[in-house]
Design a protein around this ligand. Structure first.
Ligand SMILES: [Zn+2]
Length: 101
């Protein structure tokens, strides 16, 4: 007897639940105007399995900007949409799961 997936009830070797979860994961990067005309870049939709704190640390280092993590949403100071996308791809996210705009 092989192990059975608790989600779909199929044997683990036939189960595709994890693959489906990864594929349906959509990350959105967008810029918002804050008070006094300041721009922030938000990164939304990262799954709980992702080390968001690690991603934030990486983004802050590479972009040399301030940033916070709140309710799973990363907020970076400044306009970085395209750069953030490039960095996320380098970190292993798939380009077609990232939406900008
Ligand atoms: Zn399953």
């Amino acid at each position: 007897m092989s192990e059975v997936c608790p989600n779909c009830g199929l044997p683990k070797e036939l189960c595709v639940c994890e693959a489906i979860a990864k594929e349906s994961e959509k990350i959105r990067i967008f810029e918002v105007k804050k008070r006094y005309g300041k721009i922030s870049t938000l990164v939304q939709g990262m799954s709980r399995d992702v080390d968001s704190k690690g991603v934030l640390r990486e983004l802050k280092t590479r972009l040399a900007c301030g940033g916070t993590l709140k309710d799973g949403v990363i907020e970076l100071q400044g306009r970085h949409r395209e750069k953030v996308k490039a960095i996320l791809v380098k970190l292993g996210f798939k380009e077609d799961q990232i939406e900008t705009g």
